[in-house]
Design a protein around this ligand. Structure first.
Ligand SMILES: Nc1ncnc2c1ncn2[C@@H]1O[C@H](COP(=O)(O)OP(=O)(O)OP(=O)(O)O)[C@@H](O)[C@H]1O
Length: 527
């Protein structure tokens, strides 16, 4: 354990507050990995306790031990001072421990109420669903969360943010004492987050203990009362949020301060690598025009549903445009499939790494070389030494944390999975690199490294298109920013001269005001 600033031991709560939950000396081993080494951690009733650590530090594993999903190799769980053994998730839930994942597991074809009570629908007259009770109890829970939608709405009609509320409502069926949020804002935009924050504060006021896992410092400082840090599977201290700052917490996490270098954005641009002229896909986006030059980073910013990922998928040959043109390196490209796109030198690091980016049951090395098999095979035979060299290169460059290349990618932490996807596409040596939410779920240290990597790639001539819902990320890396709203490009900005307010106007369909030198309107590539 390092010498942390203002740390407290988690077993001595201050001001006489007894913890509602104490995890004591929890140890969890996986083959080749000690994921948790005697970790102790406590939560008080009515507090938001942030749990921080680099990718692979053990946060999710600790919470899975708490929620009965992993059996620990040692240690104790005390709930309201009483020792508990949670050998199944159901038992943990019944005791009031609920884990809310970032991946949603709702049934879209069912109503909100049916989803909330899925698996425990109230029954009457034997096996008949008691619809009246179902809707009454669901409405009570939705009211508790101050939700604006009805228990009768279909889940498929709800926005992502509202779906997340249904996930939370589901948790409340069991009258929780502890709610664990694991990266809850990962799929929410800056606009949708306040709704979640309100819910968390409501739960807190009701005396629920909240464990909040996130890599986003701004929300940790906004929401939490205390912060505990894990480092390499070990407890590394707890601080009162009001008494600390981002720099101190980062040092606790990674052992050093972070120097974010916005100055090293690329400056020298070549010819157009990508040019979209009036590109449309029926009912999805319309008349989208912009360009990305060689050596340039262009950011695409907008709310979820604005059409950004769909534009990227069309450039990558996954959607057929109904009108418009895609020009690559000066020629009109016919992209009928992702195969055509890869052959043209396009790489897409997708938003959904688990479904679109990786084969979870396959090992790290084989995932890494998947998109560039020609360079590591000969007449249909794999050159294993070449494969290993490729893997080693990107594993070292991105500091991917795994016990060996043989580890199944499905067993890596979220952030390390994302690094494998990025490495996989870098290995194809693309001319145009499209990154959709490149640092979602990535810790602050690795995030800075990925931002530096993006700039470095552009500085060596790559054209880079970065889609992101995080304003600091878009502003931090982009030379130019394309704003999208409701399937259209609404404005284009100089990445170093635009203000946050103006960007928000552009992505919410308001007239863009008060910004000198703001970019063009839709349909006119500025550069
Ligand atoms: N089922 C498993 N089998 C083998 N190793 C695992 C398994 N689950 C987790 N690990 C390993 O345990 C370590 C801790 O992983 P964990 O997912 O808890 O990290 P994390 O702090 O939640 O990271 P992230 O911020 O990236 O989500 C990692 O080295 C990971 O590869």
């Amino acid at each position: 354990m390092s010498t942390a600033v203002r740390t407290q031991t988690p077993r001595t709560p201050g001001r006489g507050e007894t913890p509602i939950l104490s995890l004591v000396d929890i140890t969890k081993k996986f083959p080749g990995v000690i994921a948790l080494n005697k970790v102790s951690f406590d939560v008080r009733a009515g507090e938001v306790h942030a749990l921080l650590g680099e990718n692979g530090a053990g946060k999710s594993t600790l919470m899975k031990v708490l929620a009965g999903k992993h059996k620990p190799n040692g240690g104790q769980i005390l709930l309201e001072g009483e020792e508990k053994v949670f050998d199944t998730p159901k038992r943990a839930k019944k005791s009031g421990i609920v884990l809310i994942h970032q991946e949603q597991s709702l049934v879209p074809e069912m109503s909100v109420a049916e989803n909330i009570f899925l698996g425990s629908l109230p029954k009457k007259w034997g096996n008949w669903v008691d619809w009246k009770t179902l809707h009454r109890e669901s409405t009570e829970i939705l009211d508790r969360l101050k939700c604006s939608f009805s228990s009768k709405d279909m889940v498929s009609d709800l926005s992502i943010a509202k779906k997340q509320m249904v996930e939370i409502a589901r948790a409340l069926v069991f009258t929780p004492k502890i709610v664990v949020f694991d990266e809850p804002t990962a799929s929410l935009t800056d606009h949708e987050k306040p709704v979640l924050y309100d819910i968390i504060n409501t739960l807190r006021e009701q005396g629920v203990g909240i464990v909040y896992i996130s890599h986003r410092m701004d929300e940790i400082f906004h929401l939490s009362q205390r912060i505990s840090v894990l480092r390499d599977g070990e407890y590394n201290g707890t601080v009162n949020t009001a008494d600390t700052n981002e720099d101190e917490v980062t040092k606790l996490m990674i052992g050093r301060s972070l120097e974010l270098d916005h100055a090293s954005k690329p400056k020298d641009f070549g010819e157009n690598m990508l040019e979209l002229r009036g590109l449309s896909v029926d009912g999805v986006f319309e008349d989208v025009s912009f360009n990305v030059r060689k050596g340039e980073i262009v950011g695409m910013y907008g709310l979820v549903g604005a059409g950004r990922s769909e534009v990227a998928e069309t450039i990558f040959g996954l959607r057929k445009p109904c009108s418009g043109e895609i020009l690559l390196d000066g020629h009109v490209a016919q992209l009928r499939s992702s195969h055509d796109a890869v052959a043209e030198g396009i790489a897409l690091v997708p938003e959904d790494r688990k479904d679109q980016g990786l084969i979870l049951g396959m090992n790290c090395r084989d995932n890494m070389t998947l998109a560039g098999l020609q360079s590591v095979s000969w007449r249909g035979f794999m050159k294993t030494a070449a494969e290993k060299r490729v893997y080693d290169k990107y594993q070292q460059a991105m500091k991917i944390k795994t016990p060996s290349w043989r580890q199944k990618v499905g067993n890596l932490s979220g952030g390390n999975q994302q690094k494998i996807v990025i490495g996989k596409w870098l290995h194809t040596h693309p001319k145009l690199l499209i990154l959709d939410e490149p640092t979602r779920g990535i810790d602050v240290g690795s995030k800075a490294e990925i931002h530096a990597l993006i700039k470095e790639l552009a500085n060596t001539g790559y054209a880079v298109l970065v889609i992101s819902s995080e304003m600091p990320e878009v502003l931090g890396v982009s030379n130019r920013i394309i704003a999208m709203y409701d399937g259209r490009v609404t404005a284009e900005f100089d990445g170093d001269a635009v203000s946050e307010d103006v960007l928000v106007q552009a992505i919410t369909g308001q007239p863009v005001t008060g910004q000198s030198g703001t970019g063009s309107t839709a349909g006119h590539p500025a550069a």
